[in-house]
Design a protein around this ligand. Structure first.
Ligand code: EPZ
Length: 437
C-alpha cells in the first residue's frame, strides 16, 4: 500500500464552557503589508508582536527570494533590505497567499519595476486585481498582464489624485506604498478605512512619508526620497482572531478575557456580541476585552461590509454562532460573492441554513452534532472550530493548513480556556491541500 501521509486534524469534544484568559496574537492583515512595505526601506526593519503563522512564513520566503535577510524569533521579525533586487517572484510563492500582490507597490516604488504573478488566497470569490493595477497606473506605471504573470514598470512615479471604485484594502495598500516613493502628493479618494490601513500609514510615516486622513475615505500621502538605518515597529492584536474567540464564547458559553484584543478596532463586533446576548466590557487601559455568555446566544441580523461595517472575515464564525442561537438569524455578505461555502459543512453538523442570493437565513438549534468536516478556507475553518465547541459529541476537522495560515495555534488558545480540543496526526492516502491555493 502506498505509504500514507500524515495529516494534522483537529479533534473537538464539544459543549464545554470556556473560562479563563487568552493572549491575542499580532494581526496577520496588519503585519503582511508592513513586511511588504519594508522593501521601500534601505536598511533594517524590526517588527514586534508578529504572529507565527503560515502567511508570515510565506511572506518571509518571498522577501528572502528578493534578497532580504529575515530573522524571526520570539515574535520579533528583523528584515534587512540592503540586498533587495526586483527579481521575478516565482508563481508558487505568489499562489501561496493573497498578500503576494502587495509586493507590486513597494518594488515599483524602490526600483520602478516589479514582476509578480496572480496571487492565491482563500477561494471566497473571484478576487481580481484590476483596482491595484489602475491605481498604480495613475501614478505613472505601465502594467502588463500575460497569463498568470503581472509586470509593472515606470520611468518615474508622480503623485496624483486617484479615486478607487471600491474601497479595496489591498489596492489601497499597494497604492499607498507606491505613493510613498512618488514625487509629490497623492490624494486617494474612496480609500479603504480598515485599521490595517492606519497601521500601514503609521509605518510609511516611520519611513519618512507624510500622511493625512488615514482611516477615512480620503488619504493624502507625500512621497519621501529614501530612508536608511534601523526602523522599529510594532503591530496591534488581531481583531479577527479576537472576534473568532468572542464567537466561540457566544456559541459554547463561558467567561473569558481576551488580553491584547484591539478594542478600538472592534466597535461593530462588540455591538453584535451584545445583540447576541453577550456581556462584554473593556479591560482598564483598553488592554483587552472580557466577555461573559451565560445563556444560549440570541438570534441576530448582520450585514458585512467595508470597515467600519461588520467585517466579512467574521461572517463564517457568526454563521456558526447563529446555528446554535435561540431563534432565526439573518446574515448578509456584501464583500465576497462566494463566502458561504462553510454553510455546507455546518449543515453536515445539523445546522439549519438556507442561502438565498447573498443572504443566509439560519434557524438555530440548541446544539449541533459532532462529525467529520473539512475546512475549505481560513475563516471557514475557524468557524468549524467554533461550531465543534457548540456540538454534542466529537467533531473532526481536516484542512488544518488553511487554519494555520492565520491562527498561530487555535488549539492551544482554546484548550487553555478549557475546551476539549487537540491537533492530532492521522495517516491517510489523500493529498492534503497544503493550505496554499
Ligand atoms: C483583505 O483582502 C484581507 N486580506 C481579507 O482577509 C479581507 O477579507 C479583505 O481585505 C476585506 O476586508 C489581507 O489583508 C491579507 P479587498 P483583499 O481588495 O485586499 C474586490 C482573511 O481571512 N476587488 O478589499 O484581497 C474583491 O474581489 C482575508 O484574513 C476587486 O474587484 O480584499 C472583493 O470582492 C480573507 N478588484 C472586494 O473587492 C481588485 O483589484 C474586497 O476585496 C481588488 C478587490
Amino acid at each position: 500500500m502506498r505509504e500514507g501521509i500524515w495529516l494534522s486534524v483537529i479533534h473537538i469534544h464539544g459543549l464545554y464552557r470556556l473560562e479563563g484568559e487568552v493572549e491575542i496574537q499580532g494581526s496577520k492583515n496588519a503585519v503582511l503589508p508592513v513586511m511588504a512595505a519594508s522593501v521601500l526601506h534601505k536598511g533594517t526593519v524590526r517588527i514586534s508582536n508578529v504572529p507565527e503563522i503560515q502567511d508570515v512564513f510565506c511572506m518571509m520566503e518571498i522577501l528572502k527570494l528578493l534578497g532580504c535577510v529575515c530573522v524571526f524569533r520570539d515574535h520579533v521579525l528583523e528584515i534587512c533590505t540592503e540586498g533587495v533586487r526586483p527579481v521575478r517572484i516565482p508563481d508558487s510563492c505568489c499562489k501561496s497567499m493573497r498578500s503576494s500582490i502587495m509586493l507590486l507597490g513597494p518594488l515599483l516604488g524602490r526600483f520602478r519595476e516589479a514582476r509578480v504573478s496572480h496571487p492565491g488566497g482563500c477561494s471566497i470569490g473571484k478576487r481580481p486585481v484590476d483596482l491595484h493595477l489602475l491605481a498604480l497606473e495613475a501614478l505613472g506605471a505601465r502594467t502588463h498582464v500575460e497569463g498568470e504573470s503581472i509586470t509593472a514598470q515606470a520611468l518615474g512615479l508622480t503623485g496624483n489624485r486617484v479615486e478607487l471604485a471600491f474601497p479595496s484594502v489591498g489596492a489601497t495598500e499597494n497604492l499607498l506604498m507606491a505613493a510613498a516613493a512618488a514625487e509629490g502628493t497623492t490624494r486617494v479618494e474612496g480609500a479603504a478605512m480598515e485599521p490595517e490601513i492606519v497601521v500601514l500609514c503609521r509605518f510609511l510615516k516611520a519611513l519618512g512619508a507624510g500622511v493625512r486622513g488615514e482611516g477615512t475615505g480620503v488619504v493624502e500621502i507625500t512621497g519621501r526620497k529614501e530612508s536608511r538605518g534601523l526602523v522599529e515597529f510594532s503591530v496591534p492584536g488581531d481583531r479577527i482572531v479576537a472576534g473568532t474567540y468572542l464567537g466561540a464564547v457566544l456559541g459554547a458559553g463561558g467567561d473569558v478575557v481576551l488580553r491584547g484584543a484591539p478594542v478600538s478596532q472592534m466597535a461593530r463586533v462588540q455591538t453584535l456580541v451584545r445583540a447576541a446576548g453577550g456581556e462584554i466590557r473593556t479591560l482598564p487601559g483598553e488592554a483587552g476585552l472580557c466577555i461573559r455568555q451565560r445563556q444560549r446566544a440570541r438570534p441576530f441580523s448582520l450585514s458585512t461590509g467595508p470597515y467600519p461595517r461588520f467585517p466579512t472575515d467574521l461572517q463564517s464564525v457568526m454563521l456558526a454562532v447563529a446555528s446554535v442561537a435561540d431563534g432565526r438569524s439573518q446574515i448578509r455578505e456584501t464583500v465576497f460573492e462566494e463566502r458561504f461555502a462553510t454553510a455546507k459543512e455546518l449543515q453536515k453538523m445539523g445546522a439549519h441554513i438556507i442561502i438565498e442570493d447573498n443572504t443566509a437565513y439560519v434557524t438555530g438549534r440548541d446544539c449541533l452534532e459532532g462529525c467529520l468536516v473539512k475546512a475549505g478556507d481560513l475563516r471557514g475553518g475557524a468557524a468549524l472550530v467554533v461550531a465543534g465547541l457548540a456540538a454534542r459529541g466529537e467533531t473532526v476537522i481536516s484542512g488544518y493548513p488553511y487554519i494555520r495560515r492565520g491562527y498561530e495555534d487555535i488549539c492551544r488558545d482554546l484548550a487553555g480556556l478549557g475546551a476539549r480540543i487537540s491537533l492530532e496526526g492521522q495517516e491517510t492516502n489523500c493529498e492534503e491541500e497544503n493550505g496554499s491555493f
